[in-house]
Design a binder for this molecule. Structure first.
Ligand code: ATP
Length: 540
């Protein structure tokens, strides 16, 4: 990301224009929460995925004792026996309590809509001040609210919805000007939207919760589920009901015994999986940040309960370092410890969860979750042991101790990771024809090298084709013959190609090409036969 936060709509437009991400089913009007990855988006996603797989499975980190960790890969089915999701707590528990407006049909998350419990508390005063004066009378600015949530709000009102879950709350608050009477002092219609204590806590104000869209009193809580359901077989009834997995993790837990019995791994070890997950999110938003179909990269690290604290610290440091190694600027990353009441059911008894967060353009100056590193205790293995009747305990071959391993889980979003890499690379630059370039780290760029004959004449095209054919087996190379050279450079800037090699008249006489560096636009000559070594040094 450039110093000034780029505008999300510019990033989305570039992603579409250059073939990174398209709205799914676009020719039919799209479908909310689903996206298609175009040629370059697929290449970028594969880069992130491959880097993760390499650093987890092929070449895992060195552990605290100086020996390489042992992590194996898995690719489990998206649809499993529905009992898996009963045991994991997803069927039944995996839902957001919602309230429906009988007037306009709008759904609001109940935990974002608790009546305020006091009228004179400090944060109410602060928010009031921000809204009424700092942002201009009657003007609501999401930027001010975001700033407050990320700074003062974190200290004075950590349990407030606007602090904990700013994007969800802001989705209920349109930006802009409001009629004066809605903002009269003592009118808490608006503040009710911002506050949250426990879901379903009784209102002590006596005010009815209004619909944030039309103002009508909201109805009671309704049951919703984040699980996508389907059926197997010909007959569609309760007995044939199945679910699309909402996370890749459970496929790992149910194969714990299979992996132990079929490989040479011993605790501590990890099982890693990359794949699609599906959640019927109530408000998919912010481009590919929150979709209904997305990809995860999850690794379950099985260890002795006594070692959980050590491994948690290890993975926290490792995962932050990993995101930085993708080229994301450290100042745009932060770690955030979950508040006690944010913890998932499986993490309540444990050492807690920390998120790796990225400063997305739509969260700035705040941050949004990229990855959660959770201590899942022995929750999942115990649940599957109880529900399936299969013993999940581990017997240490050296000490003969039998125990249920604990799990430290670094659970990252691949789709969200791609968005972070894309946002971080987006660099407006009015001095160049494209007006913008993508500053990908060379090893992450979808196209590493573009080979450009200066003209479409055979004298240029033939050596260029030869160079392209030599690079193709080892590097993501592209041969681009059409249009004038300036336009071709502009296109390569916009797709973030770090190196362009131009074949011109000098090439014919001295067997060299021009290398153009994306970020500086500086040019130098390199011998044709040295190009592979030049690239190998840059991308490793
Ligand atoms: P959030 O709080 O944003 O809903 P979560 O805490 O429910 O996320 P996890 O269940 O921990 O997410 O999943 C691990 C990772 O999967 C998240 O860190 C995120 O990167 C990714 N992820 C989760 N939900 C979505 C989604 N709807 N769209 C894209 N990525 C997602």
């Amino acid at each position: 990301m450039a110093d000034a936060t780029p505008d999300m709509k510019d990033i989305v437009a570039l992603a579409k224009r250059r073939g990174f991400v398209f709205p799914a089913s676009e020719i039919y009007g799209g479908i909310n929460g689903f996206w298609d990855f175009g040629p370059l988006g697929t290449a970028l996603k594969n880069r992130v995925r491959d880097a993760w797989w390499r650093d987890m499975v092929t070449c895992p980190p060195i552990g605290p004792d100086g020996a390489p960790l042992s992590i194996v890969g898995l690719d489990s089915a998206i649809i499993q026996n529905p009992k898996v999701w009963e045991a994991s707590g997803h069927v039944g528990g995996f839902s957001d309590p919602m309230r429906k407006c009988p007037g306009c049909g709008h759904f609001v998350r109940a935990d974002h809509l608790q009546s305020i419990l006091a009228t004179d508390s400090e944060w109410v005063q602060e928010l009031y001040e921000i809204l009424m004066w700092k942002t201009g009378f009657n003007e609501v600015s999401h930027d001010h609210l975001r700033h407050w949530a990320a700074t003062k709000g974190r200290k004075s009102a950590p349990n407030l919805a606007i602090v904990r879950n700013i994007d969800s709350v802001l989705s209920h608050i349109p930006e802009g000007r409001y009629p004066e009477d809605e903002w009269a002092p003592g009118h808490f219609k608006f503040f009710q939207l911002l506050a949250t204590e426990q879901p379903n806590a009784p209102s002590v104000t006596g005010l009815q919760d209004p619909c944030p869209r039309c103002g009508a009193p909201l109805g009671g809580p309704v049951e919703t589920s984040l699980m996508f359901a389907s059926h197997t077989g010909v007959e569609q009834n309760d007995a044939s009901k199945v679910y699309l997995r909402p996370e890749t993790a459970q496929g790992i837990f149910i194969n714990f015994k299979n992996v132990l019995d079929s490989t040479r791994v011993r605790v501590p070890f990890g099982i890693a999986q990359v794949g699609k997950a599906f959640r019927n999110e109530v408000t998919p938003r912010n481009f590919i940040f929150r979709g209904r179909e997305f990809e995860q990269m999850e690794m379950e690290w099985f260890c002795h309960p006594d070692d959980a604290a050590l491994w948690r610290e290890f993975w926290l440091a490792e995962r932050r370092r990993w995101w930085e190694a993708l080229g994301i600027r450290p100042e745009n990353l932060q770690m955030r410890e979950h508040e006690k009441d944010e913890l998932s059911h499986y993490a309540k008894e444990g050492l807690g969860t920390q998120d790796v967060e990225y400063r997305f353009p739509f969260t700035a100056p705040g941050f949004g979750e990229l990855e959660g590193v959770a201590h899942r205790c022995a929750f999942d293995l115990t649940q599957h042991q109880e529900h399936s009747g299969t013993k999940m305990e581990y017997r240490d071959p050296v000490t003969n101790e039998t125990y249920m391993p604990h799990v430290i889980e670094p659970a990252a979003g691949l789709t969200r990771g791609v968005l972070a890499v894309l946002c971080d690379a987006y660099t407006p630059d009015p001095s160049r024809p494209s007006g913008v370039y993508l500053n990908f780290a060379p090893h992450m760029a979808p196209v590493t090298a573009a080979v450009l004959p200066l003209t479409a004449k055979p004298a240029h095209v033939e050596p260029a084709t030869k160079l392209y054919m030599a690079l193709r087996p080892r590097f993501a190379a592209e041969l681009d013959v059409k249009q004038n050279i300036g336009k071709r450079y502009a296109r390569q800037d916009e797709i973030g190609t770090p190196y362009c090699f131009t074949v011109d008249n000098d090439t014919l006489s001295d067997q060299t090409v021009t290398v153009r560096h994306r970020n500086t636009m500086a040019q130098e000559r390199v011998a044709l036969d040295k190009v592979p070594a030049f690239l190998a040094e840059k991308v490793g």
